[in-house]
Design a protein around this ligand. Structure first.
Ligand code: ARG
Length: 480
């Protein structure tokens, strides 16, 4: 049976109309057309095309006049894309098709020379690398902004302390500054990873053609240089089939998201009535449509929730890639949506957490009480005995005995410690509010001197990362 749909073919102006006359069936078009999402590549697509045209000009495939005509048409397309006046038509299968169609409308028949020596396979790989380079630098900038706020709040926290937790049980008091800085170091590794990924992806695929290069004289080295890539591809098949840089970007972002999720979980806990450590600024909290008393930490929850989605973007994409034979396969078109989604979502999360942390208030008393009330000074007593020469394992046993006794009798630890023959009043004084934190001297620990040094190092690290990032941005924006 001849299907009705074949009569309604659309897009008779396909790029392959000379081979397959009649246009695409609507079902194929619906599945295949990627313009809805790859429009985002418009500006980088034109950038790549302009470099390609100059390359063709250098090798003599295009005359100077043709080169100029195509370049000025491309410039006009950039203007139309930037101002939003670019008009897409039904036959625009993807952004590459749309740009080439428009260049031909503007430049006339010479537009037919734009795609000389090029395939959409090397073109799309080039576009996505250019786009990812900028996007990953944007993500790194947002991470750095959050780090700056966290480290500023850490410096401001001074001697404020709270219980430090392991297994979510109170373990040892820590300075709030130490706690906030801990999150910052994770973000530092993220920035480092993002910048390293930017370096690795900075290889030009243009000139690889469909998969095997071209018989025409091309200048892939010059094109790479012009686009700010560190070098051109080594292998044309690898160039069009490689999407490692997408997987890597998605991993980097998923990990940033995971760090945000852990931060978010903590915000949810610390703002709960049970903890009562943090109070959100009203602008960064939500209420309930039904329960009048509610003040919810939705940013923390959304950071947690979106982390799942970001992991999904990564895992879904890896599954797309895993069995693809060389070289280009249309499956690769599925690389864009997870990447675009991940970049957009992580920036939302980072910006919201930055605002939240810039404005959050904390209750010094509630946090101190939670730290002081608990038995979290027990290790200080054991270490007191160690300083008297007792082996640690034995000291642990002595203090554990007193803790058990205090819990059984329902009395505070202090009295029992004071009366204990091996401990006594000097040891009991170690349980005084704030003493435990002040006594921590080891490097990288929570003692005030160690934290001061740490915050200093953190500030330098953030500064260095920001300079590295800005240098990369400057390098490429001057090229582009
Ligand atoms: N829209 C396509 C993509 O994103 C462009 C490449 C199409 N190449 C092809 N041989 N059909 O991958």
């Amino acid at each position: 049976m001849v299907r009705e749909a074949t009569k309604q073919r659309i897009g008779t102006l396909t790029l392959w109309a000379g081979r397959l006359e009649g246009g695409m069936a609507p079902e194929l078009a619906a599945m295949s057309i990627s313009l809805g999402f790859d429009q985002q590549l418009g500006l980088v697509d034109v950038l790549g095309s302009a470099a390609h045209v100059r390359g063709l000009g250098r090798t003599g495939i295009l005359s100077d006049e043709e080169t100029q005509t195509l370049l000025s048409a491309l410039e006009q397309v950039t203007g139309e894309l930037s101002s939003g006046s670019f008009v897409f038509v039904e036959s625009d299968e993807d952004i590459h098709t749309a740009v080439e169609r428009r260049v031909t409308e503007i430049a006339g028949p010479v537009g037919g020379k734009l795609h000389t020596g090029r395939s959409r396979n090397d073109q799309v790989a080039t576009d996505l690398r250019l786009w990812s380079r900028g996007a990953l630098l944007d993500v790194a900038a947002s991470v750095l902004a959050l780090q700056r706020v966290l480290s500023a709040r850490a410096s401001e926290a001074g001697s404020v302390y709270l219980p430090g937790y392991t297994h979510l049980q109170r373990a040892q008091p820590v300075l709030l500054s130490h706690h906030l800085a801990a999150h910052c170091w994770a973000f530092s590794r993220d920035v480092d990873r993002l910048l390293a990924s930017v370096h690795r992806l900075n290889v030009s695929p243009l000139g690889a053609g469909a998969l095997a290069g071209s018989s025409l004289p091309l200048d892939p080295d010059g094109v790479a240089e012009e686009l700010g890539f560190a070098k051109r591809f080594d292998n044309s098949m690898d160039a069009v089939s490689d999407r490692d840089f997408v997987a890597e970007a998605l991993f980097d972002i998923a990990l940033v998201g995971l760090h945000c999720s852990r931060l978010g979980e903590e915000i949810v806990l610390f703002t709960s009535e049970e903890f009562g450590f943090f109070t959100l600024d009203n602008a960064y909290a939500t209420g309930s449509s039904m329960l009048p008393q509610k003040k919810n930490a939705d940013i923390g929850e959304l950071a947690r929730g979106k982390s799942g989605r970001l992991i999904g973007d990564l895992v879904g994409f890896l599954a797309t890639m895993k069995s693809l034979p060389l070289s280009y396969n249309r499956d690769l078109q599925e690389d864009k949506e997870p990447l675009f989604d991940a970049v957009r979502q992580i920036r939302l999360v980072l910006d919201a957490l930055t605002g939240l942390y810039a404005t959050v208030a904390w209750s010094e008393e509630t946090m101190a009480r939670a730290a002081d009330e608990s038995m979290s000074g027990a290790i200080d007593l054991a270490e007191y005995l160690v300083k008297q020469g007792m082996p640690f394992r034995q000291a642990h046993g002595v203090v554990a005995g007193i803790v058990t006794e205090a819990l059984e009798k329902g009395v505070p630890l202090g009295g029992l410690v004071e009366a204990h023959e091996e401990l006594g009043p000097d040891a009991a004084a170690l349980l005084a509010p704030g003493r435990s934190v002040a006594n921590r001297q080891s490097p990288g620990g929570t003692g005030p001197a160690a934290v001061e040094e740490q915050l200093n190092d953190l500030g330098l690290q953030i500064q260095t990362d920001a300079e590295r990032m800005e240098a990369l941005v400057a390098r490429w924006s001057s090229k582009n």
